[in-house]
Write a protein of this length. Structure first.
Lengths: 306, 275
């Protein structure tokens, strides 16, 4: 793998994604409604990638949209959905039920152990759970190992080395130093276990500025960095903006209805915009500003979710 | 003062938490999430509350948002764990209690959040288990809940798919599987409360507006009933006001079938505070 050399890694989004190959194993940063790498996801779809193997913990519109665009072959997340609030992930659900994707549902702890094995240069790590769960049946690649010291039998999970990690951060510098806000989810682990890290950032700033905020992921783990304001929309990227529940709700409705409605969403928000500047224009500066107004008062913050 | 079944339900879940415990809820679990905050504001003020999906330690959120990793959920927390820091604590046994639910739950407390119907061609692909299939092995106490008991589809004889392990699976019991955690301890539903003596669910309490026969009819596994079956203890004024302050958006209500929310009860001011 090798650490990344210290050089200017700023590229535009299209160039950053051009290196993602069909069939690649892609680690998606963030989770649920927070810091999903949506600009990168939209670009992957625009560039027509196919047969992707997605890995991650708990995800929502990022995975669902890639599945809706028929870009995915295998899903290996611990959860895909819109929580209690907006319910099941419609495109993912449909694809799983009709057998057009391979569902390799996993577990947060297992994926963590698999990434750590890669980070440590080990072929596997043991986990205590999974036995007795039917999740085991979804993973013929898992094995069993007997502890040489205690005799305990544990499930052995193989090292997982994604080809690309797509991460979104509020701040970064041109070398790829990234500052994240909690929850970091698996981003740090993805950064050190993946072959290549492509980062989108809300703002490119000086190294001094990103260091002052705190470097969460260092430049030597990052291959490419690109500035994309609102690059997580409709997910949140605090402290800049909250998630866009109204937009997500609209997406879920379109995806539930499927057919022309879902095609319409993809056409409007992905294929029909040449780049993320056009995407932001489409969402509208007024709406985007609204999502950033959460710190003004609890009433404003809460109002976004009503 | 009146209160509704969702409020009573959350208070019963809150009471499964003991003082000084370290407790955690998974994402997309508003009832469990609100219950943890109610416990922390009433009878269990010294718990270590780990907010699911934010991993914030003892936050005081201004409201509970409809998503589990909004920044509002770390307000007031001096510290947020890293993802791996939380999961490490949980798998080594330092997280005392976790809340789990499922589209299906069987009598041994196995839960299914993966798929209804055959795995190869599921009838319904559910969201998935998060960290459950490892955490269920190691966390000392599990509090289960179902807000859809009455549907007849939630408490089943056997799960179509076991995502998270209860007291016994077709592969063996917890000792045989080498698990270090104790498994399900309580299960709260909108009809009653169960414990798990001998590793199988047993009805210990029922809501006053529900009969045992109704519960039996809604339960897919053999209904075992405690000899001293009683009605669930009513919520105190302190518990109700804590709950209303915590969940001003009412996210907990989304877990219930709309007609359940018509179940309204009169509060008896003589009921003492549980704290």
């Amino acid at each position: 793998m090798g650490l990344q050399p210290h050089r200017n890694k700023v590229v535009d989004l299209a160039a950053a994604i051009a290196d993602v190959r069909d069939g690649a194993m892609i680690a998606l940063g963030g989770g649920l409604s927070a810091r999903l790498p949506m600009a990168a996801v939209r670009e992957v779809i625009r560039q027509g990638r196919r047969d992707l193997h997605l890995v991650g913990s708990a995800h929502s519109i990022d995975v669902d949209l890639l599945v809706a665009a028929e870009a995915v072959h295998r899903c290996e997340e611990s959860y895909v959905g819109f929580e209690q609030d907006l319910g099941l992930a419609p495109a993912y659900r449909r694809a799983a039920e009709t057998g057009t994707i391979e569902v390799a549902e996993s577990c947060c702890v297992t994926i963590l152990a698999q990434l750590r094995a890669t980070e440590m240069g080990l072929p596997f790590l043991p986990v205590r759970g999974v036995r007795g769960s039917d999740i085991r049946r979804l993973h013929p690649e898992y094995g069993e190992v007997t502890c040489p010291f205690t005799g305990e039998v544990l499930v052995a999970v193989p090292a997982l080395k994604p080809d690309v990690a797509l991460l979104h951060a509020p701040l970064g510098d041109r070398y790829g130093n990234l500052h994240l806000e909690q929850p970091y989810v698996l981003d740090e682990r993805f950064a050190s276990a993946s072959m290549r890290v492509v980062a989108t950032v809300e703002r490119l700033v000086s190294t001094e500025d990103v260091a002052a905020s705190g470097v969460t992921i260092p430049a030597h783990l990052v291959a490419a960095v690109t500035e994309v304001p609102f690059g997580a929309h409709p997910a949140s990227c605090y402290p800049d903006y909250a998630y866009d529940r109204e937009h997500l709700s609209g997406y879920v409705k379109a995806a539930q209805s499927g057919g022309e409605d879902l095609a319409g969403y993809l056409k409007t928000y992905v294929y029909g915009v040449a780049d993320e500047r056009e995407y932001r224009d489409l969402i509208g500066s007024e709406r985007l500003a609204e999502l950033g107004r959460w710190p003004e008062s609890t009433v404003d913050w809460k109002g976004l979710f009503q | 003062m009146k209160f509704t079944v969702d409020e009573w339900f959350v208070v019963l879940l809150a009471r499964t938490i003991r003082p000084a415990e370290t407790v955690f809820h998974g994402f997309g679990s508003p009832c469990a999430q609100v219950a943890m905050h109610v416990a922390r504001r009433t009878h269990a003020r010294d718990i270590t509350l780990i907010e699911g999906a934010m991993y914030a330690v003892n936050p005081d959120p201004p409201f509970i948002p409809p998503t589990s990793n909004d920044a509002s959920l770390k307000r007031g927390a001096a510290y947020s764990m890293r993802f791996e820091e939380f999961f490490d604590a949980a798998i080594r046994g330092d997280v005392d209690r976790m809340f789990l639910s499922g589209g299906q739950i069987d009598g041994y407390g196995n839960t299914n959040v993966t798929a209804v119907g055959p795995l190869e061609r599921p009838k319904v692909k559910l969201g998935g288990g998060g960290g459950g299939c490892n955490l269920a092995a190691t966390i000392p106490h599990l509090s289960l809940w179902s807000s859809r008991h009455r549907s007849g589809r939630a408490l089943v004889e056997s799960c179509d798919f076991i995502t998270d392990m209860g007291h016994r699976t077709p592969s063996g019991d917890r000792a045989e599987l080498g698990f270090t955690g104790g498994g399900p301890q309580w299960m709260v539903t909108e009809l009653g409360v169960f414990d798990f003596p001998d590793g199988h669910a047993r009805l210990t309490h029922h809501f006053p507006d529900v009969t045992v026969e109704e519960i039996r009819a809604a339960t897919g596994f053999e209904l075992r009933v405690a000899g001293d079956l009683r009605t669930v203890q009513p919520p105190s004024g302190a518990e109700l006001s804590a709950l209303r302050a915590v969940d001003s958006l009412g996210v907990r209500r989304g877990e219930f079938a709309p007609k359940e929310l018509d179940r309204v009860f009169d509060h008896d001011p003589a009921v003492g505070c549980a704290c």
